[in-house]
Design a protein around this ligand. Structure first.
Ligand code: ATP
Ligand code: MG
Length: 563
């Protein structure tokens, strides 16, 4: 257990409490072994990160192990591309499964033998009902089901039929293998569930060897068991599958891991189901699974999220037994908190306004020192150039400023960060009355932005130098959906009707200091007073400079939650 938590007296969540008791009572010889079991049918998202942090975190805290298992029982939706991406995302997040990468498909032969064993024990049968007929026979929550007419087939006939199903002698949908439990069970999952269905499909791992594939329920618990898992942590929707999980372990007489359910992570203003994300991708509403607006780990990485900010978010969210929805602001808070400590500062202006410093020598260019990160003095300084013509952000100037306006206005002195004090003398406009230039004077004594005498200068603004500034494309992101719960829709509509059509703004006029060219995609930095950014990976691969804004500076979450 985490010593820090112990010392702080922080209480353990309900899962860690159970595990801690199991360790104390020497259940499983005191071993703790968990697993993270994604189905390779899409990219990992933030909800998966929660499960990853939980499973790998617990293993670490209890000196145990955590496996990565690809739960690949449905070849119709699974792809090798997804399996690879899952491993890359998991590593990026900072977790290591060492040599313990498993596939549910590694166990196909063993599962088949267990199916034969159940048949021999009169606990499984081949059923010829179609899926529709099966639904009718199943009954409902209020009505009991009816036994299938094939329920009492002879053992030898069942074995013969299953073997022929496996060889591909029957059409898809014509036969299934079911376990014989109880058609009157109040739990629909226990009404003779299907454990094998015919699928004439190639599997990414097993090729064309199998024409039948095990159900999730028949593969999952048994894979846990074979891997020696002690605690099988899963989300609440599997609560009603637990009796079946237990039934298989018991009736096969195999090692019996304990399944424990916890609430899924939900985040407002986004969707976190692979099925819905796939639609966003396939219908072109976003630029792929790694679109910076997506709650996928690859999208968040491209947006500029750091692994530590995501882990810290998962930690803060904690564990619940009941579904809840977490605010996006908490996620953004975690990113700001992390980047404020680690990100280098750079200068840039999104909407440049030219400033001519009339008393600065015409061809002079100075190199000034700018601090890389005030939170971390070891990062030192860098040089930024300064000349007679610089640019400030248009919204840092006002012609008719209100009383408490401390940025630039005619007759007012402001500090150009790391440079000089300047005072605006004159405003130049074009024919339409639009301000196109400010004529200012500087105080040569104020070099470095320090105070030459005791005079007070309240405003400090950022700027870039015209002789060296570069002009990248800047992408600002907003919520992907315009409502907190995208699944709440009017009748006849679906979640796509809640898409926010303004979720991406691209700026083409922005200017930033030259040193940004040298950064790597994914490396975070702060454009002072504007927000945190990173270079876009896809654009960089094509030789283009695009800055993604990871998050703005404003911290609404901390404000809302501080008293
Ligand atoms: P989706 O509904 O997005 O398709 P899934 O549950 O089908 O997700 P899996 O690949 O089966 O995705 O999930 C792997 C593991 O991650 C499972 O143990 C699952 O319970 C967990 N998981 C998935 N989504 C979340 C979530 N939102 N919060 C917490 N854990 C999750
Ligand atoms: Mg699933």
């Amino acid at each position: 257990m985490n010593m820090e938590e112990k010392e702080l007296g922080k209480s353990l969540d309900f899962i860690r409490t159970i595990i801690s008791e199991d360790v104390t009572s020497q259940k499983n010889d005191g071993r703790v072994h968990t697993r993270f079991p994604p189905e390779p049918n899409g990219y990992l998202h933030l909800g998966h990160a929660k499960s990853i942090c939980l499973n790998f975190g617990i293993a670490e805290e209890f000196n145990g192990l955590c496996n990565l298992r690809l739960d690949d029982t449905n070849p119709s939706a699974e792809k090798a591309e997804y399996a690879l991406a899952i491993q890359g995302d998991l590593r990026w997040l900072g977790f290591d499964w060492e040599d313990r990468l498993f596939h549910a498909s590694d166990n196909f032969q063993q599962l088949y033998e267990w199916a034969i064993q159940l048949i021999k024990d009169h606990k499984a049968y081949v059923c010829d009902l179609t899926f529709e007929e099966m639904r009718e026979y199943r009954g409902t929550l209020t009505e009991p089901g009816k036994n299938s007419p094939y329920r009492n087939r002879e053992v030898s006939e069942n074995i013969d039929l299953l073997e022929r199903m496996k060889k591909g002698e029957f059409e898809e949908g014509t036969k299934t293998l079911r376990v014989k439990i109880d058609m009157n069970s109040p739990n629909l999952n226990m009404r003779d569930p299907v454990i094998y269905r015919i699928m004439h499909r190639e599997h990414p791992e097993t090729g064309d060897k199998w024409k039948i594939y095990p159900s999730y329920d028949f593969a999952h618990g048994q894979s846990d068991s074979l891997e020696g898992i002690t605690h099988s942590l899963c989300t609440l929707e599997f609560e009603h599958h637990r009796p079946l999980y237990d039934w298989f372990c018991k009736n096969l007489g195999i090692h019996h891991p304990q399944q424990i359910e916890f609430a899924r992570l939900n985040l407002n203003y986004t969707v976190m189901s692979k099925r819905k994300m796939l639609r966003l991708v396939e219908e072109g509403h976003v630029d792929g699974w790694d679109d910076p607006r997506m709650a996928t780990l690859s999208g968040m990485r491209r947006r500029g999220f750091t692994p530590s900010s995501i882990r810290s978010f998962c930690d803060k969210v904690g564990l619940a037994k009941r579904e809840n929805i977490i605010e996006m602001e908490l996620l953004e808070f975690c990113l700001r908190e992390d980047l404020n400590k680690s990100a280098h500062r750079r200068l840039g202006v999104l909407d440049p306004l030219k400033v001519t410093i009339s008393n600065y020598p015409e061809s002079k260019v100075e190199e000034l020192d700018a601090i890389n990160n005030p939170e971390d003095p070891t990062t030192g300084t860098r040089k930024v150039s300064f000349s007679r013509e610089v640019f400030i952000d248009r919204n840092d100037f006002m012609e008719d400023p209100p009383k408490k306006y401390f940025r630039m206005a005619v007759g007012k002195e402001v500090r150009l960060k790391y440079a000089y004090y300047i005072t605006c003398q004159k405003v130049i406009k074009d024919e339409d009355g639009k301000i196109i230039e400010l004529i200012c004077e500087y105080d040569p004594e104020s070099r470095g932005g320090g105070t030459p005498d005791q005079r007070k200068v309240k405003g400090t603004i950022q700027w870039v130098d015209s002789t060296t500034a570069i002009n990248p494309e800047i992408r600002l992101y907003d919520r992907l959906f315009k409502v907190p719960n995208p699944d709440e829709v009017e009748e006849g509509k679906d979640f796509l009707s809640n898409l926010n059509s303004d979720s991406l703004t691209s700026l083409s006029d922005a200017l930033v200091e030259k040193s940004i060219e040298e950064l790597q995609a994914g490396e975070p930095f702060q454009l002072e007073r504007i927000g945190y950014f990173t270079l876009d990976t896809k654009a960089q691969e094509m030789g283009k400079l695009v800055l993604n804004r990871s998050v703005a500076m404003r911290d609404s979450w901390a404000k809302k939650h501080s008293k």
